[in-house]
Design a protein around this ligand. Structure first.
Ligand SMILES: NC(=O)c1ccc[n+]([C@@H]2O[C@H](COP(=O)([O-])OP(=O)(O)OC[C@H]3O[C@@H](n4cnc5c(N)ncnc54)[C@H](O)[C@@H]3O)[C@@H](O)[C@H]2O)c1
Ligand SMILES: O=c1ccn([C@@H]2O[C@H](COP(=O)(O)OP(=O)(O)O[C@H]3O[C@H](CO)[C@H](O)[C@H](O)[C@H]3O)[C@@H](O)[C@H]2O)c(=O)[nH]1
Length: 329
């Protein structure tokens, strides 16, 4: 029995593949390599280059490898792009997930772990935000993910599929062993942008607003180390394999840092006083988004190892340095 990891060559997927390998289980990866990299994977992991929506290919992989579970990362992830090109997001996130679920049902795969997002909450009324909070995504990206959560619930009720939807907060950092990291060009996430600026890949960075109702006026987020997130996927699947029921879990540390605190931490750890401009608010940003993580702590016995902003930043910087070298080659 093997697990199929879609989008396994991407940022979070590749960390999860390494986590399974470290635990002695070799997954199978399906990825179209639009934003993923084959070199981010261990050499002995089978990689199928193809579309998640290709039911024939997925069926063939399931039968060939006796797949008992799917972890589904593949998708499009740029929030602003989803506003400009919503149908791409409904196609590549929602419609592709529908086809993948159909292939699972038709081929008897009974366990499914799904990459969802805190974007399903929109701008939360309360922080920390629990899983039961109102679901009000305001971008096609968030809606495309929420629609997949709904398909999972209905498929579970009709066909007995056991699933866990993990709602990630702000994913950042890189593998502490330096085997993979966030490698996509043009990523817009704060820690990635600040690390690129510290290493001279950007001339300056901008803080999007310092007039929020937060202690220092800049936005506050719950940054989670990608390796802790990868471990949560392994635990979620272990639980489903042991007969655990379907559930939806926030993935965060339940605490927040402001943009200015993050920038200061990157400056201190990199020892570079890079230029930072103060700009206007970015449209659609919330002041605070912090997870209530009590459910994941209870349900998965999840024990984060890297819940320290300095650790997240130093791993991200180390990976950025490696990428610099790689890009030169
Ligand atoms: N990065 C974050 O902060 C964040 C936050 C919340 C949720 N998520 C979700 O986590 C998942 C992984 O995100 P990531 O940051 O690793 O992004 P990523 O772009 O690095 O990874 C996505 C992977 O999926 C592949 N892919 C995309 N469409 C595909 C398709 N149709 N068929 C096959 N492969 C396809 C890409 O090539 C890539 O390897 C996504 O579903 C994303 O929505 C990410
Ligand atoms: O150059 C930058 C980039 C970001 N920010 C600020 O930094 C904070 C974090 O922004 P990110 O773009 O890193 O992350 P978001 O909180 O906007 O969104 C992230 O978390 C969401 C869930 O809450 C989704 O999952 C989404 O995919 C993921 O990128 C925000 O206050 C933002 O305004 C800046 O000031 N300057």
């Amino acid at each position: 029995m093997q697990v199929l990891i879609t989008g396994g060559a991407g940022y979070i997927g590749s960390h999860t593949v390494w986590t399974f390998q470290d635990a002695g289980e070799t997954p199978v990866v399906l990825d179209n390599l639009t934003t993923g990299f084959d070199w981010s994977l261990p050499e002995d992991v089978p990689l199928y280059r193809g579309e998640v929506s290709d039911k024939d290919l997925v069926g063939q992989i399931i039968r060939e490898h006796q797949i008992d579970a799917v972890i589904h990362f593949a998708g499009s992830i740029i929030v602003s792009e989803s506003v400009a090109n919503p149908l791409k997001y409904y196609r590549n996130n929602t419609v592709a997930s529908q086809a993948l679920l159909e292939a699972c049902v038709e081929n008897g795969v009974g366990r499914f772990v799904f990459s969802s997002t805190a974007a399903v909450y929109g701008i939360p009324d309360t922080n920390p935000v629990p899983e039961e909070a109102p679901l009000r995504p305001f971008t096609p990206y968030g809606t495309s993910k929420l629609m997949t959560e709904r398909m999972l619930a209905d498929t579970s009720a009709a066909h007995g599929l056991a699933y866990t939807a993990l709602r990630y907060f702000n994913v950042s950092g890189a593998d502490p062993k330096g085997r993979t990291g966030q490698s996509t060009l043009g990523a817009t996430n704060l820690i990635k942008v600040a690390c690129e600026t510290a290493q001279g890949k950007r001339n300056a960075m901008t803080v999007f607003g310092t007039d929020y109702d937060t202690p220092d006026g800049s936005g506050v987020r719950d940054y989670i180390h990608v390796s802790d997130l990868a471990a949560a996927h392994k635990l979620a699947l272990d639980r489903l394999r042991a007969g655990g029921e379907s559930c939806i879990l926030n993935c965060g540390y339940g605490r927040g840092f402001s943009v200015l605190e993050v920038v200061e931490t990157v400056k201190q750890i990199s020892n570079v006083d890079f230029p930072v401009e103060i700009g206007p608010r970015r449209q659609g940003d919330a002041a605070h988004v912090i997870s209530d993580n009590s459910a994941i702590l209870q349900t998965l016995a999840w024990k984060p190892q890297y819940a320290d902003l300095g650790r997240i930043v130093s791993d991200a910087l180390a990976w950025e340095q490696k990428l610099k070298h790689r890009n030169r080659i």
